[in-house]
Every structure is written in structure tokens, then in C-alpha cells.
Ligand binder design. Structure first.
Ligand code: SF4
Length: 246
């Protein structure tokens, strides 16, 4: 395959190839409605989806509605979500999110991104997850995988997630944006690893401008810390909490 020159052409080729490779891609966070997905996505900051999926059934059994969650006892809530790490900040976000849903949105999760990002603990990434997964609306969440792959594939040179999102949006049909993000995430996890991309096994290698050029980066102290937080989320519970905003 000749290497496509323009970013739009590359985006089209990548989108088609990843759709073939991961046809049934789905959000890994278990949920029964938009409220539960919103809560699960807040909890997933610096935590594995598997761990979040162990916690959310208990959380939403105890607090099934925004009204229940808004009235939760903070100590009890912290205990339930403790194993996801950063539990004090996350409890504060969950309480604030639920209270804001009650106060400003009639207890319903709003669909507009401008409204979603007014909820405590909710940034554009979480807002776009909720829009695309729970509501089937256009939304392209940019996490670390989406940002890294987009740069390696030279769809963008931006490093700021919001700028990446705004640059990718016009390259992807609105109803495909959520699935495109999920497929990039899947490919980032399975093949295009941050430190050691497996270009020899990658279906995108023939058209990827970075194929074979990424040298394994030495692990920095920060990366090691992040990795530990991801793989042993309980350990991060003892660090100074910073407000997770996804
Ligand atoms: S060819 Fe290599 S750098 Fe390019 S997307 Fe595939 S794994 Fe990543």
C-alpha cells in the first residue's frame, strides 16, 4: 500500500482498518444507564476498568439515583470506592456530580458537552464518553492511547487532548467518533504500546509514518509511578489526592 500523504486520507484508511480489526468494540465500563456510566468514568481515572467494574455494582446498589448519591454519607462512600485510588477526591467529585445533576438538571444526565463539563470531576473526555456510549451522540474521547496513536499516525502534532480532539473531529464522521476512539484505545492496548510498539505485527504499518521508528523510551520515575498506580490502584489511595478530571 502506498503511504497516504494527507492526514484526512490517513484517518480514512486507519478508520477502515481498525473497524475491520475490532468490529464489535465496546466501552469496557459496565453500566445500566448514563448516570452509572458517568460515575464509573469518574472512578476510572488512574484505575483499571476491571477494578472499577468490581466497585460499581456495590456503589449503584447502594446509591441507584443521583438523589441517593447526593445524600450519601462521605465516609461510607469513600469506603465503597477506596480500592479505585484517589478515593477522597473521587468521592468529592461523585457527591458534587450528583448534587449538580439534582440542582441544575432535574436529576438527569445532560447530553450537551457544555453542560456535562459543568459537573464536578467531569472534563471533555468523560463528557465525550457519556455522549458517545450512553447517548449514541457524536463524541471523541481523547485519552493517552488516542493521543499517542494520533501523533504516531501523524493525524495531529498536538499534545493537548482538547486540541487533539478538535483536530480529529472533522476527520471522522460524527456518528463514528466514539467507536473510532474505542478502536484506537484497543489498538494502543494490544499493539501500539507506549514504550514498545509492535510495528511488525501492526495492520497499519504500511501506512504509518512512525512504523519502525519508535525506540523504546527509558522508563522515567513518573512513568513508573503511573504504571504502579494503574496496576495496583489501591496503592495510589495513599498518595496526596489530586482532583481527577477526565
Ligand atoms: S506501525 Fe507501529 S507506530 Fe504505527 S500504529 Fe502500528 S504499532 Fe503504532
Amino acid at each position: 500500500m502506498a503511504r497516504p500523504r494527507g492526514a484526512q486520507t490517513r484517518a480514512d484508511v486507519v478508520r477502515a482498518a481498525l473497524a475491520d480489526l475490532y468490529p464489535d468494540v465496546q466501552c469496557a465500563l459496565q453500566h445500566r444507564n448514563a448516570f452509572e456510566l458517568l460515575g464509573a468514568t469518574i472512578l476510572s481515572a488512574q484505575c483499571t476498568d476491571e477494578r472499577v467494574n468490581m466497585v460499581t455494582p456495590v456503589l449503584f446498589e447502594r446509591y441507584p439515583t443521583p438523589s441517593d448519591l447526593a445524600a450519601a454519607d462521605p465516609d461510607e462512600l469513600e469506603t465503597i470506592i477506596k480500592s479505585t485510588g484517589f478515593f477522597r477526591a473521587k468521592a468529592k467529585s461523585l457527591l458534587g456530580m450528583a448534587a449538580t445533576l439534582e440542582a441544575n438538571f432535574g436529576g438527569e444526565v445532560p447530553t450537551d458537552l457544555d453542560d456535562l463539563v459543568t459537573l464536578p470531576g467531569v472534563g471533555r473526555k468523560t463528557g465525550n464518553v457519556v455522549r458517545s456510549v450512553a447517548f449514541g451522540l457524536p463524541g471523541l474521547p481523547v485519552d493517552t492511547h488516542v493521543g499517542r496513536l494520533s501523533r504516531r499516525l501523524k493525524l495531529t502534532n498536538e499534545t493537548d487532548p482538547v486540541k487533539v480532539e478538535l483536530e480529529l473531529n472533522p476527520m471522522v464522521p460524527p456518528d463514528e467518533r466514539g467507536r473510532f476512539s474505542l478502536r484506537l484505545i484497543e489498538h494502543g492496548r494490544q499493539v501500539c504500546d507506549a514504550r514498545k510498539p509492535r510495528c511488525a505485527d501492526c495492520v497499519l504499518a504500511e501506512m504509518c509514518p512512525s512504523a519502525g521508528t519508535v525506540t523504546p523510551a527509558p522508563r522515567t520515575a513518573k512513568a513508573a509511578t503511573t504504571k504502579r498506580a494503574r496496576t495496583t490502584p489501591a496503592a495510589s489511595a495513599h498518595k496526596k489526592p489530586k482532583a481527577p478530571r477526565r
